[in-house]
Every structure is written in structure tokens, then in C-alpha cells.
Write a protein of this length. Structure first.
Length: 323
């Protein structure tokens, strides 16, 4: 057992160019010595480059309310089937760095340095790739939950990517920035509205994009509401290849790809989110599209296949050509 593990780890380290580059990044970036080496996974979509960046993970204690419409027994059985702990759900965060027409484009921002312990890997991943925060040209946001937007700023309030255009979904902006809602926030939204105000208040310049339009050349915004009112997925297209960036259409695939009818606590409109989830998973399976998730186990991508009454995520193969 220990032999196997050692062999696997040695093989992984030797085979991973991103990891050897990352060692230099950590040493140069002043990251805490205790932090894991950055997780970076690169692959190509036509002429576009994609790097999945392991922002980190946290372990969410599992209670009966996490999946609103399934028994705790059923949820624990699904976790056991996936060889996961039964009392806590590991939730990971995976922003993507795209190299698109010569531009460096981040999709979602993680937490930067203001997240829970075990996060902050996006900045270290960028350092491992030799990409300075100043060199990021655009940050495209899928929706306004804190784990996607807080990383637009450092803890001290400074913009984390000072030269980047910040592109947000119009319907999401309209919902969260509405004056009346800001002035008199419903209890359930208070913390989130606070995060939205912190990130988008002040002098930050934000551009709003519409659904079903190109956010940037080769990157189309897809309307996938339900998780939040303006929740957005993306279709990346380059040289005849495509990648479907699902954002938070599902949380952990072992639960919600497998059981698309299940509703996580985080889905603001459970019925709409369920309909969206079915539509997106069915499309990914039918069109054999590679997909990227935000909350799947790293590298948080693969393909979707039908399995029984639900679907499965087949993980991406490490070591495919990358741009
Ligand atoms: Zn999320």
C-alpha cells in the first residue's frame, strides 16, 4: 500500500511539468511553506489554451438539509458509492485560465487571499504558470456567489487583477445590485449581498454581458439560471473544438451529476436549477462535449455520459496536448 502510494506520487511528480514549474513559483511567490504545491492542469481546445487552477477545497459537514429533496441516507449512499466520506462533503473550487486569441482570460476568481483555510491556490497556480496578476487581460464572472467573486480583490481591497476587464452577466448584476434589495436585504441574502457590495462597490469598472452573446471572441455566454438568477455557463469554441464550462450547474458530480433531480441548498430557485441541470447535462452527453465544472474534483473536467436515471462524469485524461 505505502509502496504503491509512493510509486504513484513519484510518477506524478516526475510526469508533471506544471508541478516542476510550480516549485519555482512557490519559492518566488512567497507562499506559506505549509501550502500545497499549486494544482494546475492544462489542456487545449483547438487553438485556445485552458488551465484549470486548483483554488483549494473545504470540507462541508453534511447535514440533512444539504440536499433539500433527498434523505440523508440516500445522500450518504451516493457518497459511499463514490468512495467519499459520509459525514462531510469535500467542495473544491476551480477557476480556469484561458489563453484566447493572445489574451489571458480568467473564468471566475476564487477567493484570492480572503477565503477559508485551504484556498488561495489560484494566485499560486498563476505564479506557477509564470502569469503575473497584472498580465491577466479579463476576468469573466459566472455568477455572484462569494466563492466566484471574492478573489477579484485582495483582502486589503486592492484589485487582484489590476489591468483586467471585469465582465459580469447582466441579469446577475441586475438582481444583486438592485437598490431596493441592497437597502433592505432579505436575511438569507445578507452575507452574499455584503460580499457583492465589497467586491463591486467603489471605483471598480465592470462591463455587463448579455446571455447568448460572445463575451469575448470564441467565448459565448449561455443562460443557465436557477443556481442564481443570472447564473451563466460558457461555450468556448476554437478551431472546430468546443468546451462547455458549466460553472455551478451542479455541485459535486458524485451527488448532482449522478442525481440531477437533487437540489443543493445553494440553488436559489431549485426548480429552475433542476431544469437547467437536466438541459445542460443532456446536451453535454448528446454532443459528447468536454465539460469543465467549478466544483468537481480537480481537474474538474471530463465528459458526461448517461448512467441509469442520471449521468456520470468521466474525468479528463492527464497529459493530453495543451496549447
Ligand atoms: Zn460555487
Amino acid at each position: 500500500m505505502s509502496m504503491t502510494r509512493r510509486t504513484l506520487m513519484a510518477g506524478g511528480l516526475a510526469a508533471g511539468p506544471a508541478l516542476s514549474a510550480s516549485a519555482a513559483g512557490v519559492a518566488g511567490g512567497g507562499a506559506p511553506a505549509a501550502a500545497d504545491p499549486p494544482g494546475v492542469y492544462r489542456f487545449a481546445v483547438g487553438d485556445a489554451g485552458v488551465a484549470a487552477l486548483h483554488e483549494g477545497s473545504l470540507s462541508r459537514p453534511l447535514d440533512a438539509g444539504f440536499v433539500r429533496n433527498a434523505s440523508l441516507d440516500a445522500v450518504q449512499a451516493a457518497l459511499e458509492r463514490a468512495f467519499l466520506p459520509k459525514d462531510a462533503l469535500p467542495i473544491t473550487f476551480t477557476p480556469l485560465l484561458l489563453t484566447l486569441g493572445g489574451r489571458r482570460v480568467l473564468i471566475d476568481a476564487g477567493f484570492a487571499d480572503s477565503g477559508p483555510p485551504g484556498t488561495g491556490g489560484t494566485l499560486r497556480g498563476l505564479a506557477a504558470l509564470g502569469v503575473a496578476p497584472e498580465a491577466v487581460d479579463a476576468v469573466v464572472i459566472s455568477h455572484f456567489h462569494p466563492d466566484h467573486i471574492l478573489g477579484l480583490r485582495r483582502k486589503d481591497g486592492a484589485l487582484a487583477y489590476p489591468n483586467a476587464r471585469i465582465l459580469v452577466p447582466e441579469p446577475e448584476w441586475r438582481f444583486w445590485m438592485e437598490d431596493a434589495r441592497m437597502a433592505d436585504p432579505p436575511e438569507a441574502l445578507k452575507a452574499n449581498l455584503g460580499a457583492v457590495r465589497k467586491v463591486f462597490g467603489g471605483d471598480v469598472k465592470v462591463e455587463r454581458y448579455a446571455w447568448k452573446s460572445e463575451v469575448l471572441p470564441g467565448l459565448t455566454a449561455l443562460d443557465t439560471p436557477g443556481h442564481t438568477p443570472g447564473h451563466t455557463s460558457f461555450l468556448l469554441e476554437s478551431a472546430g473544438r468546443r468546451l462547455l464550462v458549466t460553472s455551478d450547474v451542479t455541485n459535486h458530480p458524485a451527488l448532482f451529476v449522478r442525481n440531477p433531480d437533487w437540489s443543493a441548498l445553494f440553488d436559489m430557485d431549485a426548480d429552475q436549477a433542476r431544469a437547467t441541470r437536466h438541459r445542460v447535462l443532456a446536451m453535454a452527453a448528446a454532443e459528447r462535449l468536454p465539460v469543465a465544472f467549478y466544483h468537481a474534483p480537480f481537474p474538474a473536467g471530463g465528459h458526461i455520459v448517461r448512467a441509469g436515471s442520471g449521468y456520470e462524469l468521466v474525468p479528463l485524461q492527464w497529459g493530453l496536448p495543451h496549447a
